[in-house]
Design a binder for this molecule. Structure first.
Ligand code: FAD
Length: 280
């Protein structure tokens, strides 16, 4: 059992940015993260010495990130993986802790994780992709305004490939399919929203064969990778977002993240900054 002033669910860029921005305003902040790794949808997988960014591919152009650059260095030059590591420095993060029970007792939030640990806090902030946040809240009998349930996310299927030899083509967009080089012999293919939606529930083997056929048809050649992995995102990006930077669902229970204020990472940063400013 642990107590803190602010309990944050999720160690993606929203949760990390909020915790860093609140560090001097709150004595104790704990982040609960269900995964082993940090960063959420800013995710890097190493295969044969190559680093594949299989979530957010690159730091988005034109994003307002002066504050991020001042604190951690420019995301374009340090890379997404290092950015997340730097953002997590000095924070109390409980990994492999999935929040699943939420209740309020004697003016305190009580959050129980899958493994039975209990965390108490004055403020509770949920940063999971909005549909996941709502699922968690509904499971715990909170009522959800319809405007929140209207926010849907796109799905994405990706193929991470290492080829036998160098592959000399520039990054290519085929409509909403994107192919990017990773180092000299790595390729990452992100299938379109429609393709990903159509094949999302299939078995790994079926997804693999559909992805390979699609890549072959687009490029006109069989790549025959020596190593190949599939990555799947049920909630890749919000298809629309709310203009509010955050929602206070009940006193001291907040929802923030990339469904608020602006699309993608811009929304994550804007909503977490706005909530940090809102906190006295
Ligand atoms: C393939 C792909 C391409 C993208 N392309 C772009 C792009 O071009 N431009 C752009 O701006 N954005 C893009 N995005 C979206 C961008 O990556 C996200 O908007 C941003 O990373 C969201 O960060 P977040 O912290 O709000 O959410 P997340 O990164 O999803 O973090 C939420 C965290 O909460 C954790 N969590 C969830 N439920 C629980 C629970 N019950 N208990 C404990 N922990 C929990 C999750 O494990 C996760 O780590 C892309 C995303 C993907 C996947």
């Amino acid at each position: 059992m642990k107590s803190c002033d602010t309990l944050i669910i999720g160690a993606g860029i929203t949760g990390l940015n909020l915790a860093q921005a609140l560090k001097h305003k709150r004595k104790s902040i704990i982040i609960l993260e269900k995964s082993r790794g940090l960063g959420g949808r800013i995710a890097t997988r190493r295969i044969e010495d190559l680093s594949f960014n299989h979530g957010l591919p690159l730091w988005p152009e034109g994003i307002e990130s002066d504050e991020i650059t001042k604190r951690y260095g420019s995301p374009e030059s340090i890379g997404l993986n290092s950015l997340i590591k730097k953002m997590a420095e000095g924070l109390e993060i409980e990994k492999l802790k999935r929040a699943h029970k939420i209740s309020k007792r004697l003016n305190q939030w009580e959050v129980t994780t899958d493994d039975g640990d209990i965390f108490y806090s004055q403020e509770l902030v949920i940063t999971a992709p909005l549909p996941q946040a709502l699922e968690l809240l509904q499971q715990n009998n909170f009522s959800i305004p319809e405007i929140l349930s209207d926010i849907k996310y796109s799905k994405r299927l990706l193929s991470l490939m290492v080829l036998k030899s160098e592959f000399k083509i520039p990054d290519i967009n085929f409509g909403d399919h994107h192919l990017r080089l990773v180092g000299k012999s790595g390729l990452i293919f992100m299938a379109s929203e429609i393709f990903s939606e159509t094949h999302f529930e299939e078995s790994d083997a079926d997804q693999l064969s559909h992805l390979n056929l699609l890549i072959k048809n687009l490029l006109g050649i069989d790549l025959n990778p020596v190593t190949q992995e599939i990555k799947k995102w049920r909630y890749a990006q919000a298809k629309k977002f709310l203009l509010e930077p955050f929602i206070e669902l009940e006193p001291s229970l907040f929802l923030i993240g990339d469904a608020f204020s602006a699309p993608g990472v811009q929304g994550s940063l804007e909503s977490s900054n706005a909530l940090a400013q809102h906190f006295a």
